[in-house]
Design a protein around this ligand. Structure first.
Ligand SMILES: [Zn+2]
Length: 366
C-alpha cells in the first residue's frame, strides 16, 4: 500500500506568538522523527508537494466577506479572537494548508497513492463559513470535501477525532445529507458544542453524529466508539470517500486537553478507518492534521503511528518513550469508560430515528 504525505517547509512559517500552542515545533519535531526513522526511504511512503488552494475552492465553504477580510488583515496583521491572531502572511499560509488537503485528495483520486495524510498548518476544523476561530483560518477539511464532491465523489464521510468538537466543519455540512459528519471529542472543552442532540437539520437531519467523551478516556474508549457507533453507521452510509480530521490532542500528554489516547491507540483507530475504506470505497482515505500540542512527547509518535497504519506497515513498535508513561497513569480514568458508554447510548437512541443499525441494536437489547 502507498501513502502520500503532504508537507512543505512553509508549513513551519506560520506562527501567532512563540508561546502559542499551535506552533511550528508541532511539525518540525515530527519531521525530525520521520527522518530518523527513515520513513521517506520506504517504497510505501511518497512525499507530495502542496499548492495554494484556488480562492474559488475556498469560496465553496467561506463567504466572500470573510475571505476578503482575512486577505486584507493578513497584509498588516490583525485579530479574530483571543486565541486566534492574524499574523502577517497568514492568508497565503492558510491557502497552502487548504491546498495541501486538496493535494492529498487529488493524489488519491488520481491513483498516485492509495491514501494520503495532509500534514498541514494552520489547522482548520473550527473555521466557520463566515469566520476563523480556535487557531483556524480556512476549514481545510470542508474545502477538500467540497473539492471531492466537485470531482465525482458524492457521498463523503468525515470522522473528526480531534479532542475539540469540529464545530466549524459541523456548521458547513449541518443541512447536508451527502456528508456524514462524525465527531468524537472531549466534553466539557472548547468550543462547548458537540452534544448528541446536535444531529443535523433539514435534509441533514441524522447526518451529524456527536460523541462527547469525558476527560480521562483512553484507547479502549476510542475502540468502543469505533465498534458501537462508527463502524455500523459508516457501513450503512456507504461513503465514496473517507476523510479523517486527525487531531492529535487526545494524547495523554497534551497540555490543553484531558484525554488519554496513546500513540498505539492512534495506530489502532487509524487501522480501523483504513479497514473501513478498503471494505467500502476501494481504500480511498485522506487524513488532514488538525490539533495536537504535545510537541515532544506526542506528535512525533502519533504522526508516525498514523502514517504507519495508513501504509499498512507494522505498528507493533509504535510507542512513546517510556519516560512519559507515568503521565498516562494519572491522566487515564477508569470511570471515563462508563460515562462514555452512557453518552453513546444516548446518541444511539437519538439516532435510531435515522439509522437502521442503531434501531436494530436497541431491539437486540430488548
Ligand atoms: Zn483540538
Amino acid at each position: 500500500m502507498t501513502t502520500g504525505i503532504v508537507y512543505h517547509r512553509r508549513y513551519l512559517e506560520h506562527e501567532q506568538t512563540p508561546t502559542h500552542p499551535e506552533r511550528r515545533e508541532r511539525l518540525a519535531y515530527t519531521m525530525d522523527q520521520f527522518l530518523e526513522e527513515g520513513i521517506f526511504d520506504l517504497d510505501e511512503i511518497i512525499l507530495l508537494e502542496p499548492f495554494e488552494a484556488d480562492v474559488e475552492d475556498v469560496l465553496e465553504v467561506h463567504t466572500p466577506e470573510y475571505v476578503e477580510f482575512l486577505r486584507r488583515e493578513s497584509r498588516k496583521g490583525g485579530i479574530i479572537d483571543y486565541d486566534t491572531n492574524i499574523p502577517v502572511g497568514v492568508f497565503e499560509n492558510a491557502l497552502l494548508a487548504a491546498g495541501g488537503a486538496i493535494r492529498a485528495a487529488m493524489a488519491v483520486k488520481d491513483g498516485e497513492v492509495d491514501n494520503a495524510f495532509a500534514m498541514v498548518r494552520p489547522p482548520g476544523h473550527h473555521a466557520k463559513p463566515y469566520t476563523g476561530a480556535g487557531f483556524c483560518y480556512f476549514n481545510n477539511m470542508a474545502i477538500m470535501v467540497r473539492w471531492l464532491q466537485k470531482n465525482g465523489f458524492r457521498k463523503v464521510l468525515i470522522i473528526d477525532w480531534d479532542a475539540h468538537h469540529g464545530d466549524g466543519t459541523q456548521e458547513v455540512f449541518y443541512h447536508d445529507n451527502t456528508v456524514l459528519f462524525i465527531s468524537a471529542h472531549q466534553m466539557p472543552l472548547y468550543p462547548g458544542t458537540g452534544f448528541p442532540h446536535e444531529l443535523g437539520e433539514g435534509d441533514g437531519e441524522g447526518y451529524t453524529i456527536n460523541i462527547p467523551l469525558p476527560p480521562g478516556s483512553g484507547d479502549e474508549v476510542y475502540l468502543y466508539v469505533f465498534e458501537k457507533v462508527i463502524e455500523p453507521v459508516v457501513r450503512e452510509f456507504k461513503p465514496d470517500f473517507i476523510c479523517i480530521s486527525a487531531g492529535q490532542d487526545n494524547h495523554f500528554t497534551d497540555p490543553i486537553t484531558g484525554l488519554a489516547l496513546t500513540a498505539r491507540g492512534y495506530a489502532e483507530i487509524m487501522k480501523r478507518a483504513v479497514d473501513l475504506s478498503e471494505e467500502l470505497c476501494n481504500g480511498r482515505l485522506v487524513a488532514v492534521l488538525e490539533g495536537g500540542y504535545s510537541v515532544e512527547a506526542a506528535l512525533p509518535y502519533t504522526n508516525l503511528a498514523i502514517v504507519t497504519a495508513m501504509a499498512g506497515l507494522d505498528t507493533s513498535n509504535i510507542r512513546e518513550p517510556p519516560k512519559y508513561l507515568s503521565e498516562l497513569r494519572w491522566r487515564k480514568k477508569e470511570y471515563a469508560g462508563q460515562k462514555a458508554r452512557d453518552n453513546i447510548m444516548e446518541l444511539i437512541r437519538l439516532h435510531s430515528n435515522y439509522w437502521e443499525c442503531f434501531r436494530k441494536y436497541l431491539e437486540s437489547l430488548g
